[in-house]
Design a binder for this molecule. Structure first.
Ligand code: AMP
Ligand code: MG
Length: 267
């Protein structure tokens, strides 16, 4: 089965070559939903094991254009998990306090501890995306960041943090559809921001910035998963499976009891 594309060091990708409407071989929504249910159950069990094993943390980074489906993915994929072992952090425009530090400071503090799944709704990648597109720092400064981010992620991955990075890939036409829905559907009105219209005009600049971020920050320790995301069901399926597969690959195990349990009698 065709899975989402995982980037490889030395192989540049071009976003326009990747179809946001791809169904990743899933076929139908019904099939995808059945598979998602299975993977959510796997994830639920693996999360318990991750917690008991206590050697690794899982950091899930989610990036996408506006309306790309970050919130929806988090809602659907995290729905079966134990909230105790799961932390979602959304990164917004830096606060005055955050601005007093380097751009990785707020990120590092939010990295999940061992045993926990941490999800980043936006991340340090905003510092080479919106910051680059809107020229919030000089080119020299954001250019340096690709290397800094790679080093940062390497430090994490060498210290027990497993990193999964997802780019939810939607088309410009799909974004138009979703923005219209935010205007027409009363329950979605709250999500609409005038800024989204201004940002949409910068679609090309953003795609270019994404392409560079993805290509420059593809390393053996933290490649990108490019997730075709026009179909929400395909998107959720791909993300859930990638998470379950990664946790499974860690060969997690329950630690040995600290005492000889056969000698213990409960009266
Ligand atoms: P939303 O995800 O719709 O709540 O919007 C959050 C906003 O914060 C987006 O417009 C992001 O581009 C913006 N944002 C996130 N991180 C940064 C950053 N480091 N610098 C500037 N803007 C940011
Ligand atoms: Mg928004």
């Amino acid at each position: 089965m065709k899975k989402s594309i995982v980037t490889r060091e030395g192989h540049r990708i071009r976003l326009r070559d990747l179809d946001p409407g791809d169904d990743a071989g899933l076929g139908t929504k019904a099939k995808a939903q059945a598979r998602l249910a299975e993977d959510l159950e796997r994830l639920r069990q693996l999360q318990l094991l991750l917690y008991a094993d206590n050697r690794y943390a899982l950091l899930v980074v989610i990036q996408a254009m506006d309306t790309g489906g970050k919130d929806g993915t988090i809602r659907h994929v995290m729905s079966g998990l134990n909230p105790v072992g799961c932390v979602v952090t959304s990164f917004k425009v830096p606060t005055p306090d955050e601005r007093q530090h380097d751009y990785l400071w707020r990120i590092h503090r939010a990295v999940p501890p061992r045993g926990v799944i941490g999800v980043f709704n936006r991340s340090h990648y905003e510092d080479v995306l919106v910051v680059r597109v809107h020229k919030l720092v000089k080119e020299k400064a954001w250019e340096r960041r690709y290397r800094e981010i790679n080093e940062f992620e390497r430090t994490l991955s060498q210290n027990g943090v497993e990193i999964l990075k997802f780019y939810l890939h939607i088309s410009k036409a799909e974004q138009a559809k979703r923005l219209r829905a935010r205007i027409e559907d009363k329950s979605k009105n709250w999500k609409f921001s005038e800024a989204d219209i201004a940002e949409r005009r910068l679609w090309g600049e953003y795609q270019e910035a994404y392409e560079d971020a993805i290509n420059e920050c593809t390393t053996s320790w933290a490649p990108w998963h490019i997730v075709p995301a026009n179909n929400k069901w395909a998107r959720d399926c791909i993300v859930a499976r990638a998470m379950a597969d990664r946790l499974e690959s860690l060969k997690l195990r329950y630690p040995k009891p600290s005492v000889d349990l056969s000698k213990i009698v409960i009266r």
